[in-house]
Design a protein around this ligand. Structure first.
Ligand SMILES: C[S@@+](CC[C@H](N)C(=O)[O-])C[C@H]1O[C@@H](n2cnc3c(N)ncnc32)[C@H](O)[C@@H]1O
Length: 341
C-alpha cells in the first residue's frame, strides 16, 4: 500500500477559527487541537474536556492473581496506608484513592515480589479484556513495551488455559523494562521479540488469532499526566505519526488468521489517529472489517464517523471511545477488527 505523507497532511489540515485560537491560547493548547474539540464536542463539551484534562487520574494496582488473591493484596496494601477501590469491570484491579508518604507503589515488598503491576490509569485494561474475551491461545503484542498489556495478557492466558504472548517492541531499553516486569511477576509464557513491527509479517512464519497493536501515538489522551502534550504535536508531526500508524496496521493484517481479531488501540482522542487510520486501511484491505466489542464492560462512547470534511465508513461507529470528561479516564480509542474467513 502506498501511503503519501502529503495526502495525509492535506486530509487533516485545519485552519483554526478565532474562537479556537483564543481558547487554545488561554489553556496552553495548539489551536488545531481545540478546533477539533469544538468540532466534535461543541463548546460546552470542549470546555468540559479541557477541564477534565486538568484533573488528576487515579493510578491502578492490578493484582498478579497467579501468585496472590486480590483480597489478600488489598489487605496488605491497606495495612501500608494505601486506600484501594475495586474497579467493577476489571476483577482483581483497584483504583488507588489514597497513598501514604512512603512507601511508593513501586517500592513495596509486594511490588518487588511481583504481586502487582501499576498502571497510570484504568483505560489500558479495557483493550486486553475485550481482545481476550472468551479466548485462549497465542497472542501477538506488536508494540508491547514496557509490558502493561503484555503482562496482563500473559496472566489471563496462564490462568484460563494455554497461550503464549509474543511481545515485540522496537526500542531495546523499553523491552528491558518489559523483561524486568515479566521476571518480577514470574510470567513464563512471554516470548520477547525485538523488531520493527512493520516488518514482522516478513520475519514471522506464525499467524495469530489475536493481535494487539497498541500504537505509538501522540498520547493526546494522557494530557492529565503529561501537559506537554497540549502543544507537542504539530499538524505535520501528527501526519507523520498517522503514516506510521497506517503502515503498522496495514502490515500486521498479514499476520492475522482469517476469523481472528486485531485490536487497534491508541491513548489518543484524535480521529485522525484512529478512525481515519482504520478507514484508510480497511478501504485498501477489503478482507478487514470493524467489529462490535464482544461485551459491554463500560458505557463506551461511539467512534467518530464524520469529522470536518472527512467522512468515514459507518462501521467506524463500532469503535470504542473513552473521553476524560465522560468516563473519568485517559482519552482512549479502541477499534476491533476481524479478518474475513
Ligand atoms: C503505547 S506504547 C506501548 C505500551 C505497551 N503496550 C504497554 O501496555 O505497556 C507504544 C510502543 O511502541 C513502540 N514502537 C514504536 N515504533 C515501533 C515500531 N515501528 N515497531 C514496534 N514497536 C514500536 C514504542 O517503543 C513503545 O514502546
Amino acid at each position: 500500500m502506498k501511503i503519501e505523507l502529503y495526502e495525509i497532511y492535506r486530509d487533516i489540515y485545519v485552519k483554526p477559527t478565532r474562537e479556537a485560537s483564543e481558547l487554545a491560547l488561554e489553556h496552553g493548547y495548539l489551536p488545531y487541537m481545540v478546533q477539533r474539540y469544538l468540532d466534535i464536542l461543541g463548546e460546552k463539551g470542549a470546555l468540559e474536556l479541557i477541564r477534565a484534562f486538568e484533573k488528576p487520574v487515579k493510578p491502578v494496582v492490578r493484582t498478579n492473581t497467579l501468585i496472590v488473591e486480590s483480597s489478600e493484596l488489598k489487605i496488605r496494601l491497606e495495612n501500608l496506608g494505601f486506600k484501594l477501590e475495586e474497579i467493577p469491570w476489571a476483577p482483581g484491579s483497584f483504583w488507588v484513592t489514597e497513598k501514604p508518604k512512603s512507601p511508593t507503589l513501586g517500592a513495596t515488598h509486594e511490588y518487588l515480589k511481583g504481586y502487582y503491576y501499576v498502571h497510570r490509569d484504568a483505560s489500558g485494561l479495557l483493550p486486553v479484556l475485550l481482545l481476550l474475551h472468551e479466548y485462549s491461545g497465542d497472542v501477538l503484542d506488536t508494540c508491547a513495551a514496557p509490558g502493561g498489556k503484555a503482562t496482563y495478557m500473559a496472566q489471563i492466558l496462564r490462568k484460563s488455559g494455554s497461550g503464549v504472548v509474543y511481545a515485540n517492541d522496537l526500542v531495546l531499553y523499553r523491552l528491558k523494562a518489559l523483561i524486568g516486569h515479566a521476571m518480577r511477576m514470574r510470567l513464563d509464557n512471554i516470548i520477547v521479540l525485538w523488531s520493527d513491527a512493520r516488518i514482522l509479517n516478513k520475519r514471522l512464519k506464525k499467524r495469530f488469532h489475536r493481535i494487539l497493536l497498541d500504537a505509538p501515538c501522540s498520547g493526546e489522551g494522557r494530557i492529565s499526566v503529561d501537559p506537554t502534550r497540549k502543544h507537542k504535536t504539530s499538524i505535520l508531526d501528527l501526519a507523520i505519526l498517522i503514516k506510521r500508524e497506517i503502515e503498522l496496521l496495514a502490515s500486521l493484517v498479514d499476520l492475522l488468521e482469517p476469523g481472528g481479531v486485531l485490536a487497534y488501540v491508541t491513548c489518543s482522542i484524535a480521529p485522525e489517529e484512529n478512525e481515519y487510520v482504520v478507514n484508510y486501511v480497511t478501504r485498501a484491505r477489503r478482507d478487514l472489517v470493524v467489529i462490535d466489542p464482544p461485551t459491554r464492560l463500560l458505557d463506551y462512547s461511539k467512534g467518530v464517523v464524520e469529522y470536518r470534511n472527512l467522512k468515514f465508513n459507518e462501521d467506524l461507529e463500532k469503535c470504542i471511545r473513552l473521553w476524560p470528561h465522560i468516563h473519568g479516564l485517559f482519552g482512549y480509542t479502541i477499534c476491533l477488527l476481524s479478518r474475513r474467513e
